[in-house]
Design a binder for this molecule. Sequence first.
Ligand code: 2IT
Length: 446
Amino acid sequence: MSEYTKKIIAEVIAKNPSEPEFHQAVKEVTESLDLVFEKYPEYEAAKILERMVEPERTVIFRVPWMDDQGEFHINRGFRIQMNSAIGPYKGGLRFHPSVTMGILKFLAFEQVFKNSLTTLPMGGGKGGSDFNPKGKSDNEIMRFCQSFMTELYRHIGPNTDVPAGDIGVGTREIGYLFGQYKRLKSEFTGVLTGKGLNWGGSLVRPEATGYGVVYFTQEMLKTKGETIDGKSVAVSGFGNVAWGVVQKINELGGKVVTLSGPDGYIYDHDGIKGEKVNYLLKLRASNKDAVEDYAKKYGVEFFPGKKPWEVKVDVAIPSATQNEIYVEDAKTLVENGCVAVCEAANMPTTIEAYHVFKDAGILFGPAKAANAGGVATSGLEMSQDSMRLPWSSEEVDRRLHEIMVRIHNTCRTTANRFGTPGNLVDGANIAGFLKVADAMLDQGLV
Ligand code: 2IT
């Protein structure tokens, strides 16, 4: 790393001392950007990266709500408006007890690069709350969402900032949030994405992140003359993203043999297919945040407290959350003959574990490129909302597929151009950066 980027990282750590995930995300991007700064000194001169690590705005607010027994609860709500150089802030809301400023800043930072890669006009943002949906009733979720929006509404808007879902926020939560926004503003607009189909949502948005990851994996495999057909796949998580991944892998002739939750992982030798796929939606809606029920229901093995990376598979698609693949997991996957890892969750691989994959020379799809199909389809939802004209699922899926092929191409050609052929991490970081950085230069001191 250059002295310049080392200095930036030291400053980020000093200024944000209790945000290790944010440090990690900045480090990971910065490892690639030295290649840019050497070639184009104008970005360093204009302190573009120093600006990009500082959010344009952050909002923290109190979210008071009452449970079904009448007890008061206070949670913390956040929205990080990271970068609006190429469009309105765009990014999901995460409801999970692990949510802190540092987690959301890492996600917002990643989102800036990801949204840039989609080719659609979206800036980057992220938000959420430390609210834990586990064990909550539907009414409790609704009251929480209404209270959350009662503050958030003044900071967002269809041309300002357009939130969506993330962990703990699906169509149900988006519905309650949207309903409250509409009451407060007397406005029916595309202020959120991931909406229901009857009220401005887009076909294929629920599946889009998972589909996009598999399209991206398909493109990676193609460069080695391989396909998904006949491949065994380990998936972690069991939520919305995993659900989409499983469907598309099945469609393309692959077999997903694992899923995981905070409680452990399940191994289904026959593959997760047929009605088992939609059972994932029930697991998620149950608010139990556990995967063991799958093993009980379908009589397959459950490994408590373990992660699926010990299973011998051809492809790994981490789809749960950040930092779920460590060095030891990476080594095991490589030793077991895994040929491709594609990140469906945000930052599931630690920097050290990524270096294991890189040194082994296996295919690696970084999240900000590989999982961009979710937010890209949110962008397509925004287009449909603006036109007030819904597209067919074929139309949306065709555009999503095209976007994923294009992102993969961009990552490859950018990696070539900067002298790291085949390195999609460098390609994604650099291509994502350049578009935003150039827009910032064009707009002056912003
Ligand atoms: O991490 C992500 O890209 C998302 N949670 C989706 C964001 C969006 O605005 O659709």
